[in-house]
Design a protein around this ligand. Structure first.
Ligand code: ADP
Ligand code: MG
Length: 237
């Protein structure tokens, strides 16, 4: 699904956090919103998600103007750094949750959960509880739950931040594999330039509520158009 943000503006009180931001997200791409802490990445993601209402501008999903709709009426899948799985439910029930609240029949639910579990490689874990899984496995479950409704867009906010270094590497390539296999449009919020460069088709570098440059990883690296971009890419934390 192609997504457009047109002069998107967000204020908290009289603090303008995002000021007339334009962004075109192409159908089927995975794009990173990359920038330092506090630059407005999550605010932008929440606006696409519909968690935040925006103060000005518009948001389109394809031809549909979703500016004044809420998160429930947009078909988005969301993954955050804290996996927010339901601890008392089995993995199966966690993944099935978005379908059970829609009262789909049991056979369809079972079929859908098994297909998505296969995609994210957790078929053998469906009877367990979240506490019995590793961080990487829990993040796979969170991805499965986000994808089960076949959302128009997959929105991820620092999805790897809570993982140790080894799992983070593994999940970088896994998330990219899953995105490519499903062909879903995806937005990855991160402050980690290596993550953005290794996972995404394009990177939007943000600072202070603005997008400074949008480019493919290679173009961004070889042709940074400002000192900020060059410095940000050149100094891994
Ligand atoms: P990032 O995700 O890039 O770290 P955020 O989008 O979370 O940045 O925040 C951007 C700015 O908006 C920050 O200055 C932050 O303090 C402010 N902000 C974010 N959420 C709120 C909120 N609910 N109320 C007030 N200010 C907020
Ligand atoms: Mg954030």
């Amino acid at each position: 699904m192609h997504i457009s943000l047109n002069k998107f503006t967000k204020r908290f009180g009289d603090n303008t956090v995002i000021d007339e931001l334009d962004l075109e997200i192409t159908s089927g791409e995975m794009i990173a919103l990359l920038g330092p802490s506090g630059c407005g990445k999550s605010t932008t993601l929440f606006a696409i998600c519909g968690i935040h209402q925006i103060n000005d501008g518009s948001i389109l999903f394809g031809d549909r103007d979703v500016t004044h709709t809420n998160a429930q009426s947009r078909n988005v899948g969301v993954v955050f750094q804290n996996y927010a799985l339901y601890p008392h439910m089995s993995i199966f029930d966690n993944i099935a949750f978005p379908l059970t609240v829609r009262k789909l029949d049991k056979k369809t639910i079972k079929h859908e959960v098994e297909a998505i579990a296969d995609l994210v490689h957790i078929s053998e874990l469906l009877e367990r509880k979240p506490a019995q899984l590793s961080g990487g496995q829990q993040q796979r479950v969170a991805l499965a739950r986000a994808l089960i409704r076949k959302p128009d867009v997959l929105l991820m906010d620092e999805p790897l931040a809570n993982l140790d270094a080894k799992l983070r590497l593994e999940m970088r390539s896994e998330i990219r594999r899953i995105q490519l296999e499903t062909g879903i449009t995806a937005v990855l919020v991160t402050h980690d330039q290596v993550e953005a460069m290794s996972m995404c088709d394009r990177i939007a570098i943000m600072n202070d509520g603005k997008i400074l440059q949008i480019a493919t990883p290679t173009d961004m690296y070889s042709n940074p158009q400002s000192d900020f971009v060059a410095g940000f890419l050149g100094n891994p934390p």
